[in-house]
Design a protein around this ligand. Structure first.
Ligand SMILES: O=C(O)C(=O)C[C@]1(C(=O)O)C=C[C@@H](O)C=C1
Length: 363
């Protein structure tokens, strides 16, 4: 095919026709979502509009049906935005996240809820919990574990004295860059700012490239990016969002020591999420301080062939919580085999709290 004007014109005409069709279909879909909202409120004035299990099913189905040439993730991201706009028509969704603006948690909130949700930065993880508990926002987004650095203990601890539930999860590939401002003297960098976890995730790269630079831990990567604007001898380690927000340049890209570096975030709220077909459950269990306690706790999972995906121990904070275990496993509390395991665990533990069942992250 030649790039002749007639070819180009006819292809663009075809694209216009297709756009008309897409426009008509998206509008029809949005109309449908409005009607869904009416059905939901008709039977229940305090209805919840955001349905994580349905969203997961829609995205999984699209990925399965996708004929190409766009790859399935790309296609799902487009549908993610369509659903985000449809949900906003039903009800504007407010989401609090661990800020400031430009953090990976903001990126995770965007990835999960799309551009149409209203997202608000909070200064600390417990503030995100408080905002959700107080009903000031519909949902919250907090980091819970990183593949290189492990658990975010603050998030786990916040669940211990809260009635908040987990409604979803989102996993983000974390790419760190070494960033400078236009005023930075690149060959005189003597200080590198970042969040302690990010400094740790880039330890080897820093040892090799900036062995003499002072590593200064700050409260977030976005804060690091903000700080170097006024220091000609400093660089920051942060991600794309912070680089864009503060107009910084990348001296080196993807400097994380492990190429598969990723962080898992939790969506917190107050609703029970029905089964989506591929779900996970998170519980917190207190055991009495006695030999074999951990074995007793895990044995029923093994016997019922339930896959554990994570196990964390945290120090107890009250008399009852002698040993506290955070356990994630595959399955949903509404499945009989999961209900049976939980029944057995309840007999062996001094306290069991189900934090929530939710769809396995799709994107
Ligand atoms: O199916 C619903 O309950 C809807 O509200 C529709 C819809 C969608 O656009 O597909 C929108 C928001 C919900 O979170 C889930 C799905």
């Amino acid at each position: 095919m030649t790039d002749s004007p007639t070819n180009l014109d006819s292809l663009r005409q075809r694209i216009d026709e297709l756009d008309n069709e897409i426009l008509r279909l998206i509008s029809a879909r949005a109309d449908c979502a409005k009607q869904v909202a009416e059905v939901k409120t008709k039977h229940d004035p305090s209805a919840v509009f955001y349905r994580p299990e349905r969203e997961a099913q829609v995205l999984r189905r699209i990925m399965e049906l996708n004929p190409g040439p766009l790859n399935s993730e790309e296609m799902a991201r487009l549908f993610r935005e369509i659903m985000s706009a449809c949900l906003a028509l039903e009800q504007p969704t407010k989401v609090a996240y661990l800020g400031p603006e430009g953090t990976f948690t903001q990126q995770a909130a965007l990835k999960h809820f799309g551009e149409s949700a209203v997202s608000m930065p909070m200064a600390a993880i417990d503030e995100v919990f408080r905002e959700v508990e107080a009903g000031a926002v519909n949902y919250g987004v907090v980091p819970v574990e990183n593949s290189t650095e492990g658990v975010v203990s603050h998030t786990l601890d916040s669940f211990m004295d809260s009635s908040i539930r987990i409604c979803g999860e989102v996993v983000l590939r974390i790419h760190h860059h070494l960033l400078v401002a236009d005023t930075t003297l690149r060959d005189k960098v003597s200080r590198v700012y970042s969040h302690p976890q990010s400094l740790a995730q880039c330890r080897k790269w820093l040892d090799a490239h900036y062995p003499r630079a002072e590593r200064v831990p700050v409260s977030s990567n976005a804060e690091a990016a903000r700080m170097i604007k006024s220091e000609w001898h400093s660089a920051a380690i942060a991600g794309d969002m912070a680089a864009k927000l503060y107009g910084l340049e990348k001296v080196a890209e993807k400097i994380e020591d492990r190429p598969d570096n990723s962080t898992r975030f939790l969506i917190i709220g107050s609703q029970h999420v029905p089964m989506s077909g591929e779900d996970k459950t998170s519980i917190v269990v207190a055991m009495r301080n006695q030999p074999g306690a951990l074995h007793d706790l895990l044995e029923p999972f093994h016997r019922h062939s339930i896959d554990l995906t994570r196990l964390e121990t945290r120090p107890s904070r009250t008399g009852v919580w002698n040993y506290v275990f955070f356990i994630d496993f595959k399955g949903h509390v509404d499945e009989p085999r999961v209900a049976a395991v939980l029944e057995e665990v309840r007999l062996r533990a001094s306290e069991v709290k189900v934090l929530g069942s939710y769809p396995v992250g799709v994107l």
